[in-house]
Design a protein around this ligand. Structure first.
Ligand SMILES: [Zn+2]
Length: 170
């Protein structure tokens, strides 16, 4: 019997293969840009927002789907880093996130609650840990939920404040 025909030999090869694969995998996740476009599965390019943003005087950098502009999914990064501020989004989701942010921000910008309280409320609403309670991570379903619930909470809080004031005057 030749050595490569023995079970032990095959076994060795099998395991060395698996280890090599695992090592490879490790390497891949250590890469700064392991992202795939969640819409079309294409690779993602780290590039300037020039030509994508109407104007880019802030020199914003983005992760953009390599199929852009056919697929217009992208996400910007924190200035001076390669850290995305959320997950990649197409036009529709970006619009939804902007709207969700507008309604959510109103909760603390209006002074009916603190920013910290608002983020606790958001984390609870979407059942996420506080560190992941960011609208940039949300998909369409949760964005719609945040819009609806922020509106309701805003109405409730402002109504109870109005009633309280009325009570104070009486
Ligand atoms: Zn894409």
């Amino acid at each position: 019997m030749k050595p490569y025909e023995s079970a032990a030999f095959r076994h060795f090869f099998y395991w060395s293969d698996t280890i090599a694969m695992k090592k490879n995998k490790k390497k891949k996740t250590g890469n700064l840009n392991p992202m795939r476009c969640p819409y079309c599965g294409a690779s993602v390019v780290f590039r300037s927002a020039e030509g994508i943003y109407r104007e880019n005087s802030a020199d914003t950098m983005l992760y953009v789907c390599s199929n852009y502009p056919e697929c217009d999914a992208y996400v910007r990064v924190q200035k001076g880093t390669k850290k995305p501020v959320g997950t990649m989004a197409d036009h529709k989701l970006r619009a939804l996130r902007t709207e969700a942010h507008r309604h959510f921000d109103k909760l603390y910008k209006s002074g009916i609650m603190s920013k910290e309280e608002a983020y606790f409320w958001l984390a609870n609403l979407i059942s996420a840990p506080l560190s992941e309670a960011h609208i940039g991570y949300l998909g369409e379903y949760y964005c719609s939920m945040v819009i609806e619930e922020s509106k309701k909470l805003f109405e409730r809080k402002t109504a109870s404040m109005r009633n309280k004031r009325k009570g104070d005057c009486a």
